[in-house]
Design a protein around this ligand. Structure first.
Ligand code: C2E
Ligand code: CA
Ligand code: CA
Length: 246
């Protein structure tokens, strides 16, 4: 963080019906001086283990809010939270400060958590999530379907959006079980008042299926890979210019 070797990439998300951009997910990268661009799958688990995730996570949050504040005002930014961050008593203040410093309205920030964050920490996690929701931030449940997929969690925690894990989407359309699971998650989530994102859309077939199967937002390589800030800012600005006047 001090050597400014981290960089935030953004993966655009679209409206499943119209194809218009709805926002982007912030995905951190480490520009290592010798090893090149490192993926978070390599260093996030280490950072969690070594106690650095708080400072990296706060930096990502701050940067993502600053960057999103320069995008057209209808677009949101999603930031991943490690379970350790969710249990940090300073989190609500860190989020509040990041929004204030960037002058970003809270409704433009989504925080992504996983079920692992909730297991065994119900009481504390619930209190933190309620405080975050009071700020006006929304909460997404990431990688849904891979963990416990507990219905009681969906019901008890203030969750705005479910992100269906890529492992199900990647088996569409050939695996009938995955097709059924996606439909069932989308129906269940929707009837509980949640929005649904399909992650890891790589083919047009997967896009069409997810849009028809009850997912309102799409994310995946078919739409765009994660890209640096400059590129995503250009993409969003161009899309606004191309949009026909309402
Ligand atoms: P995630 O939150 O599930 O993020 C989605 C991952 O799937 C990203 O990998 C993205 O590049 C990849 N992906 C997106 N679309 C496709 C697709 O169509 N096909 C395939 N095969 N992959 C796709 P990435 O950027 O390597 O991130 C890996 C994980 O690292 C993330 O998974 C997230 O859990 C974690 N991570 C990333 N940034 C942060 C961060 O700032 N903080 C924390 N705590 N975790 C982060
Ligand atoms: Ca995520
Ligand atoms: Ca995910």
């Amino acid at each position: 963080v001090n050597r400014e070797e981290f960089e935030v990439y953004y993966q655009p998300q679209t409206d499943a019906k119209t194809g218009a951009f709805t926002g982007a997910e912030a995905l951190v990268r480490w520009n290592h001086p010798e090893r090149g661009l490192l993926s978070p799958g390599i260093f996030i688990p280490l950072a969690e283990e070594l106690g650095f995730i708080g400072s990296i996570g706060s930096w990502v949050l701050k940067k993502a809010c600053m960057d999103a504040a320069t995008w057209p005002a209808h677009l949101t930014v999603a930031v991943n939270l490690s379970p350790i961050q969710l249990l940090d008593r300073r989190l609500v203040r860190i989020v509040k400060n990041a929004l204030a410093e960037a002058n970003l309205p809270a409704h433009r920030l989504e925080l992504e958590i996983t079920e692992t964050s909730l297991i065994g920490n119900d009481v504390q996690a619930l209190a933190v999530l309620n405080e975050l929701r009071e700020l006006g931030v929304s909460i997404s449940l990431d990688d849904f379907g891979t963990g416990y997929s507990s219905l009681s969690y969906l019901h008890r925690f203030p969750i705005n959006r479910i992100k269906i894990d890529r492992s199900f989407i990647s088996r569409v359309p050939n695996d009938p079980d995955s097709v059924s699971i996606i439909r069932a998650i989308a129906q269940l989530g929707t009837s509980l008042g949640m929005k649904i994102t399909a992650e890891g859309i790589e083919t047009d077939e997967q896009r069409v299926f997810s849009a028809g199967g009850g997912c309102d937002h799409l994310q995946g390589y078919l739409i765009s890979r994660p890209i640096p800030y400059k590129q995503v800012a250009c993409l969003f600005a161009e899309a606004v210019l191309q949009k026909p006047a309402a």
